[in-house]
Design a protein around this ligand. Structure first.
Ligand code: 5GP
Ligand code: MG
Ligand code: MG
Length: 174
């Protein structure tokens, strides 16, 4: 275990097994469709790479960069799109992949924007779902794990840009 990690919450093996199950659920719905997978960078990178390889459907993969302003301006709940242009999704079925649903604002904003661009269907898929009350209706149709409301790192999730490469999800030492 990495020396900055207090405890491992979800092991590599647990992630593998659960992703197999979630992929089957996604396939029940999209097996015969052409999908646009939209990956929210950077957090969803590792999860999405593993999930896409479990989905033997026709797909194109797009990445978008979003910044969420929480912390000191948390109350404003702003989500900012950093790319000049969003992917072309008019008339297409879209599956958005993110690392974690915390306030839910990021997923909400991305799903709304893709719908405005004319996607015929937009679904959300996250590795982690924090168990908490949310002010927005939650938009992740597929969730691999429910976790307590604590800060986690690993498997794509960072602290100040680090620890994304840890193969498991863990809690950091104070
Ligand atoms: P939201 O609050 O909009 O649902 O989540 C915004 C983003 O905050 C997530 O995509 C993720 O990048 C980051 N985030 C939320 N909770 C955690 C956490 O526990 N650990 C890490 N590393 N990032 C988090
Ligand atoms: Mg993120
Ligand atoms: Mg981050």
């Amino acid at each position: 275990m990495h020396r900055d990690v207090e405890k491992i919450l979800i092991t590599e093996e647990e992630i593998r097994q659960r992703l197999d199950v979630v992929a089957q659920k996604i396939l029940l719905e999209f097996a015969d469709d052409e999908l646009v997978v939209v990956i929210l960078l950077k957090g969803a990178l590792v999860f999405a790479a593993d999930m896409c390889r479990r989905l033997p459907v026709k797909m194109t993969v797009e990445c978008i960069n979003v910044a969420s302003y929480h912390g000191d301006i948390k109350s404003s709940g702003k989500v900012k799109f950093l790319d000049a242009k969003l992917p072309e999704v008019a008339g297409k079925k879209v599956l958005v992949m993110d690392d974690i649903l915390d306030t839910g604002l990021t997923m909400r904003a991305v799903v709304d924007s893709l719908r405005e661009l004319g996607a015929s269907e937009v679904k959300g898929c996250v590795l982690l779902n924090k168990k908490k009350e949310r002010s927005v209706t939650c938009e992740a149709d597929y969730r691999a794990f429910d976790i307590e409301d604590e800060f986690v790192i690993g498997y794509g999730l960072d602290f100040q840009g680090k620890y994304r490469n840890l193969p498991y999800v863990g809690v950091m030492k104070q």
